[in-house]
Design a protein around this ligand. Sequence first.
Ligand SMILES: [Zn+2]
Length: 265
Amino acid sequence: MAAVPINLMKTFLFLAIFLFAPLRIFAEVDSSLWQTEKSPHFIIYYQEDSGGFVKELINRAENYYNSIVDELGFRRFDFWSWENRAKIYLYKDNAAYVKDTQRAAWSGASVSIKTRTIKTYIGQDIFFDSILPHEMTHIIFREFVGDRNDLPLWLDEGIASSQETSNLAARMKAAGEIINQNNYLKFDNLFEVRNYALIVPHTFYAESASIIVFLIKEYGSEKFRDFCGKLRDKEPWKQALLRTYRFSNSEELEEAWKNYILKHS
Ligand SMILES: [Zn+2]
C-alpha cells in the first residue's frame, strides 16, 4: 500500500482500532511462550527484540503514562501498579500479529480496555508517536470513568487524540482552519455523533482533540479531573461538562472554544 498517503493510512488504522478493537475480548494468550520485561506500570510480552525496541517501548510507555495522568489530573489515582499493570504484547512482525489476533493486516494495533492490553508488532514508526499514547489514553480514561455506554465519540476520541503529542500541533492548526472556513461541526451536532462511519476523520479528530486541549490548557487538569469525576458518578455527560466549566449551554462553550483556538492555532 505504498501509494496510499500516510494520512489516509492513519485513518484506516484508526478506524480499524475504533471499529473492531474495544468491543472484542481477546482470546487468552499463552504467556509462557513469551519473554517478559516489567516496569512500574507495564508488563511487556515480546517474541524477539531487535535494536533495543523493548527498552525504548518501556521508556516511552512510562513517559506517556506520567504525562497522560498529569494532563488528565489523575495523578493521585495510581491505578496501573503491581498486579494492575497494563500489558503490551509485541509480536515479532505483522504476519505473527495478524495470525494470532485475526485482525486485518493493515491494523497497527488492537486494544482491550477491560484487560488493559495492547497488542502490536515491532517495526512500525507510527506506533510510538500515535498508537501508543492514543490507546493508553483510551484505557486510562475509561478505567477512571467506569462502565457507561452513553459517552459521545468526540469525548473518547478527543481525549485520546489530545495525548498524541507529536500530532497535536498539526491538529490545532487544522482546528483553526476549519473554524476560519466555517467547516467544523456545530457542537450540538458534534455531540450527537455516535457512529464512526459518519465522521470525516481529519476534521473530526482535529475538532475533538482541540476541545479537550482548550479545556485542559485554559482551565487546568484539576478541573478536568472534576469533570471526569462527575462522569464517574454517572452524571449525564453534557450536564457534567457545562456545570464543571460554568457554561449555560453548548453555544457558549462553542464560542469560548473558537476564541481560544483562533488565539492559539
Ligand atoms: Zn481512539
